[in-house]
Design a protein around this ligand. Structure first.
Ligand code: 5GP
Length: 173
């Protein structure tokens, strides 16, 4: 098979501009309340790192891990691969996702986290691919809405590669 070519879909500068706006929206929504940011591993690590620098309220950072994809297809099953280190009861929790695709992961995580009785539970997603939804679910804050393309870079992988790219890209065979 010929090696795939990487094409830029959203350049780094545009990502940074939108993230600054998102950070301002989130800061305005929470005011001076403390929030717990829960990054969903591994895809959200770069987004979370950039976003948190634009949030002015006090934050605690936690990570949770899930697994659902094999290659470019979802298995339809979501599993927890890493749980939170500390409880979130009575906390304002903001789940930080890389992308909402079928919606299965977000639905699963909202269910798992809401059982832990947070004071509030909202979601920020770097990307939204609404045309792929298999279950009705919405993010509260969205970076970019994109078409049905498999994207890589800026934290997102193809078989664990390409996460380090600073732009959001697509693989062209
Ligand atoms: P879901 O289908 O459950 O909404 O999305 C689950 C996870 O699949 C996302 O958090 C993300 O890690 C991965 N995913 C969904 N769409 C894409 C995509 O276009 N590219 C990459 N690299 N991962 C994706």
């Amino acid at each position: 098979m010929a090696p795939a070519k990487v094409e830029i879909l959203i350049p780094h500068e545009q990502i940074q501009k939108r993230i600054a706006e998102l950070g301002a929206e989130i800061s305005a929504a929470y005011g001076d309340r403390s929030i717990v940011l829960v990054g969903v591993l591994k895809g959200s690590f770069m987004f979370l790192a950039d976003l948190v620098r634009h949030i002015s309220c006090p934050v605690r950072i936690e990570f949770i891990g899930t697994k659902s994809y094999e290659g470019t297809t979802t298995s339809g099953q979501v599993q927890l691969t890493k749980d939170l280190d500390k409880p979130i009861q009575d906390e304002d929790v903001l789940l930080v996702e890389d992308i909402i695709d079928t919606g299965l992961t977000l639905t699963y995580l909202l269910h798992v986290l809401s059982q832990r009785q947070p004071r509030s539970l909202k979601t920020v997603a770097f990307l939204d691919k609404p045309s792929r939804r298999r279950i009705e679910v919405r993010g509260d804050f969205i970076g970019f809405t994109i078409e049905d393309k498999f994207v890589i870079g800026y934290g997102l992988d193809f078989e664990q590669r390409y996460r380090h790219l600073k732009d959001l890209c697509i693989l062209v065979p």
